[in-house]
Ligand binder design. Structure first.
Ligand SMILES: C[S@@+](CC[C@H](N)C(=O)[O-])C[C@H]1O[C@@H](n2cnc3c(N)ncnc32)[C@H](O)[C@@H]1O
Length: 276
């Protein structure tokens, strides 16, 4: 197979990926080429004339095809996603952790020393593991209804050397009620939004991690009710644009007296926090 320069390989890939609708085509191309070559992204930028030859060319072409034609998320293709200061292994068993979810970790960082924290719907373990990494004094548990997701969360915990327990449960059913704080990024997309989701999301990420009934609140409603029955003094729930008002009302009605919505970097009310 003929060689090609890093610059030309990136140009071609950016065009193909961009034409398929990705809004991050340049970054996607760099991440895929760095993965194919087994180098850091920075190495591509410092040496754009470097020639790529042999098997990595074919590997890269295949990755670009899977991204542009198959719409596979880059994080699944490279089997990794950075979240705060940790790298998580990810695949189609779990949602790709999103930057806006880091807000939940930031809220957890304010908890008192030794607090017992439950991350409901932990997926890859992103929130639970990032929190434990930054606050080793906290006692952190992650739960999920998906046994497949929990398998991967446990792999991540082992790889990161973090002591977080992962348990299978439908919300808080069958779990202890002895938590100081409950954090959750549950599924919250309304059924009516399904058709407008990008193909890399709806075609590849687990439906269980995304869709939650007609108004997107089918998991959030019972989660609030269950959290209210527990000892948790703090409840923080991530939600979608436009849901903060309704969720804040539900959290207040469940007995959390101080309720506030926290905005993400895009200015969207992204997390509702209730305290009592
Ligand atoms: C939006 S994903 C969040 C994953 C991870 N916390 C993150 O932020 O990247 C929602 C997660 O909730 C889980 N889930 C859905 N319904 C659930 C339920 N009734 N009880 C527990 N977990 C649930 C899904 O399996 C999925 O892993």
């Amino acid at each position: 197979m003929r060689g090609v320069s890093v610059r030309d390989a990136l140009d071609g890939a950016r065009t193909a990926i961009g034409a398929s609708g990705s809004e991050s085509a340049a970054l996607d191309a760099e991440l895929l080429l760095a993965f194919a070559l087994g180098v850091d992204r920075a190495a591509l930028i410092t040496d754009p004339r470097r020639e790529i030859t042999g098997p990595p060319v074919r590997v890269f072409q295949d990755l670009v095809r899977r991204r542009s034609v198959g719409h596979e998320p880059v994080a699944y293709l490279v089997a990794s996603k950075g979240f705060r200061s940790i790298d998580l292994q990810v695949d189609s068993r779990v949602l790709v952790p999103r930057p806006e979810t880091e807000l939940l970790v930031e809220i957890g960082l304010e908890l008192p020393v030794g607090a017992r924290v439950l991350d409901v719907g932990t997926g890859s373990g992103a929130v639970a593991l990032a929190l434990k990494q930054e606050r080793p004094d906290l006692s952190v548990t992650g739960s999920d209804i998906s046994a497949d997701a929990l398998d991967l969360a446990r792999v991540n915990a082992a790889q990161l050397g973090l002591e977080v327990e992962f348990v299978e449960a439908d919300l808080l059913e069958g779990l202890s009620s002895e938590w100081d704080a409950i954090l959750s990024n549950p599924p919250y997309i309304a059924e009516s939004e399904r058709a407008s989701l990008p193909p890399d999301v709806i075609g590849h990420e687990p439906e269980l991690a995304l869709i939650a009934g007609a108004d997107g609140l089918d998991v959030i409603r019972p989660l609030i009710a269950a959290a209210a029955q527990s000892e948790a003094r703090l409840l923080a729930i991530e939600l979608g644009a436009g849901q903060a008002g309704a969720v804040a009302e539900l959290v207040a009605a469940a007995g959390f007296t101080e309720v506030a919505a926290h905005r993400d970097l895009a200015g969207i009310e992204r997390v509702v926090v209730g305290e009592r």
